[in-house]
Write a protein that binds this ligand. Sequence first.
Ligand SMILES: [Zn+2]
Length: 146
Amino acid sequence: MGRSFYRWRAFRWVSLWDGRQWSARYVDGLPAFPFHHAPSGLLTRRQLRERGLCPGGQEPYALLVWRRDEAWASLYRLDLAKPKRTPTAGQRRALAKAMAARRTCRACGRDVGYCVPTSTRTCSTCEQPEDLADDMTEGVTGREAA
Ligand SMILES: [Zn+2]
């Protein structure tokens, strides 16, 4: 329900921040563009990240819509984007700690120097069939470990 039932006939011309006129629908008060038809200069958070940028405090300027209105993403102005902050010392420490946790065997408590299986959290020496829940390190370090 909700957004996915939005009517395509609701397209209208909108004036962009740089004076261009673009065809868009209005959804939740924001112009919404179909995938591949968004004006240049607007990027999703992911596209900004790929360029080493972040929205930098700006509100979403528009929405990107695809997959028959099933998928949505906020669009931000590239000209207002800011360089992504480099991790602070505290964030680097937290990451190192998370990595160490992934290498620590739950059974013997040693940092075994490699990532122990998330299913058991034990090193190969004291491998147990016990299924321990994934608690804290997944997501933060999953990509680096892959
Ligand atoms: Zn062990």
